[in-house]
Design a protein around this ligand. Structure first.
Ligand SMILES: CC(C)(COP(=O)(O)OP(=O)(O)OC[C@H]1O[C@@H](n2cnc3c(N)ncnc32)[C@H](O)[C@@H]1OP(=O)(O)O)[C@@H](O)C(=O)NCCC(=O)NCCS
Length: 147
């Protein structure tokens, strides 16, 4: 498995993976995903195996020296093989190199796998946002210091 930077031609595949990773109302529309990936403050890494994209992460520089994780997606048949950890290592390394001090993200309160994944990486629950997702579900805000 190798990581590389995003290319515009990846977008349809990233959209397909995002649709398969999240339920309707939590997954992004094609327009939303495209806007996030192309935003000037964001950075996207793609994980590939034998030229197949198996996962990706989109992160951005936010205010107050923060990195915000927009989405982290690993194809179901590629989970528990270190792909998510490798993508987050890349994103957190980028943030540290850019002088960012804190990382934060939202994840659905029902998403126990993501909560376990981020807890293992040292993230703690910082709060909750009711009605965060289009389907009305609640998000957990999780984060950690980067230094
Ligand atoms: C959450 C997600 C990104 C994890 O990706 P992954 O490639 O499977 O994660 P890794 O293999 O790097 O896991 C690293 C560690 O996290 C923890 N972890 C990961 N998935 C877990 C799960 N389902 N249950 C419990 N712990 C889990 C484990 O400690 C794991 O180490 P181990 O496999 O040695 O026990 C993946 O499940 C996914 O894409 N889910 C759907 C989309 C999503 O929820 N994204 C995150 C919300 S923004």
């Amino acid at each position: 498995m190798q990581l590389r930077s995003f290319k515009a031609a990846d977008l349809p595949t990233l959209y397909e993976i995002d649709q398969s990773c999240f339920p309707p109302g939590v997954s992004y529309s094609q327009e939303e995903l495209s806007a996030f990936v192309k935003h000037r403050t964001s950075e996207t890494w793609v994980a590939e195996e034998a030229k197949e994209i198996v996962g990706f992460v989109v992160a951005c520089r936010a205010r107050n020296s923060q990195m915000h994780v927009i989405t982290l997606d690993v194809r179901e048949d590629w989970r528990r093989r270190g792909v998510g950890a490798a993508l987050m290592d890349a994103a957190e390394g980028w943030a540290r190199a850019g002088g960012l001090e804190v990382v934060s993200l939202e994840t659905a309160e029902e998403n126990l796998a993501a909560q376990a994944f981020y807890s293992k990486r040292g993230y703690a629950k910082l709060g909750e946002v009711k009605n965060y997702y289009a389907d009305g579900s609640t998000a957990w805000v999780m984060g950690k210091p980067l230094r």
